[in-house]
Write a protein that binds this ligand. Structure first.
Ligand SMILES: Nc1ncnc2c1ncn2[C@@H]1O[C@H](COP(=O)(O)OP(=O)(O)OP(=O)(O)O)[C@@H](O)[C@H]1O
Ligand SMILES: [Mg+2]
Length: 316
């Protein structure tokens, strides 16, 4: 079977070239599960339809990708969920809210050299959001990049009036243009993360499938409850994404069973397996959906995108 190809521009700083892509090539094949087939969560897969094409865009659902534990797959999930949503024709804005700039680096952006970043959106004198906004190599996927400058924002914001709403104010003018805004939080529950939670509709919590990961989740859900009470009543726990799962180990399966016991329906059916392809994509500066489009990792993030679109449409 052949698929139509279109060209798309690749706009990384310092590079402008075009590549041929085949939209829809890997999308037309959602995983078919037999009725009552048990998935890695230990539950039967839920029926998730193929996302419908959109004829207009916005306003965006804002998703904070958040876990104060480090190295659990926040940045990897932000990039790859974003790219998979874009493959389904959604307009997506990724926000790098970590001074390490891993999200920007993971998309091939030389963030150390940037003068205008998310920092300039949060701290006076405020820059226009459009001046910081960049296109990425993936069609429909834009980025607000960050670098180490952002580490100063947390301290500078402390004395500002409405310090928890600084990010929300910066995003407000562009929300109508996007279907999803995904915010990659740093591994802390400090003021930057509170800013993300204060302007989000939902929180997506990536969680490494490992026993000690469960411990920190109570503190995180407590913070989410506080932000909901005090700053953002519409904030909702969008879902728990289990990452770095290894079906061969009893440990992984035991942790999974416990996560499902505690969080029930909030746990996505999609589970991200541990694979070396993800560290490789960070080096390549590209999402797995374009770097290794047929890999199981790419399929998993596409399945997650379908779940996210479905959950969001249900709540609309
Ligand atoms: N499913 C996976 N399998 C194997 N390695 C993975 C997987 N997901 C992410 N990784 C790797 O694990 C490391 C941490 O992932 P990532 O940077 O996404 O986590 P993070 O939660 O954003 O970390 P931090 O808290 O430091 O921001 C990276 O090297 C990444 O490539
Ligand atoms: Mg990260």
């Amino acid at each position: 079977m052949s698929y139509p190809t279109t060209s798309r521009s690749i706009a990384g700083p310092g590079q402008q070239y075009r590549i041929e892509v085949s939209p829809g090539r890997h999308l037309a094949e959602p995983d078919h599960h037999a009725e009552n087939e048990i998935g890695p969560t230990g539950r039967p897969y839920r029926e998730i339809p193929m996302p419908k094409p959109l004829d207009r865009h916005g306003p965006a659902t804002v998703v904070a990708v958040c876990n104060q534990k480090g190295g659990v797959g926040k940045t990897t999930s932000t990039i790859n969920l974003g790219a998979a949503l874009a493959e389904y024709g959604r307009r997506v804005l990724l926000v790098d809210l970590d001074p390490q700039g891993a999200l920007s680096a993971g998309l091939g952006v030389p963030h150390h050299d940037l003068d205008e970043t998310v920092y300039n959106l949060l701290v006076p004198p405020h820059t226009d959001t459009d001046e910081v906004l960049m296109r990425t190599r993936v069609d429909g996927l834009d980025l607000l990049p960050s670098n180490i400058d952002l580490s100063a924002a947390e301290i500078q914001l402390v004395t500002e009036v409405g310090r928890e709403q600084a990010l929300g104010r910066a995003l407000h003018p562009v929300l109508d243009r996007y279907d999803f805004v995904l915010i990659d939080c740093q591994p802390s529950l400090g003021l930057l993360t509170v800013n993300a939670l204060a302007c989000a509709d939902t929180v997506l919590i990536p969680m490494e499938c490992e026993y000690f990961s469960l411990r920190g989740l109570a503190l995180l859900t407590d913070t989410i409850d506080k932000v909901r009470d005090r700053l953002n009543p519409r904030l909702d726990l969008g879902g728990i994404l289990v990452t770095m799962f290894d079906a061969r180990t009893l440990h992984s399966r035991e942790v999974m069973a416990r996560v499902v016991e505690v969080f029930g329906e909030a746990v996505f059916d999609t589970v991200i397996s541990r694979t070396v392809r993800f560290p490789e994509t960070s080096v390549a500066g590209e999402p797995i959906t374009s770097w290794a489009p047929k890999s199981t990792g790419a399929s998993a993030y596409r399945a997650l995108a379908r779940e996210v679109i479905f959950r969001n449409a249900k709540g609309a």
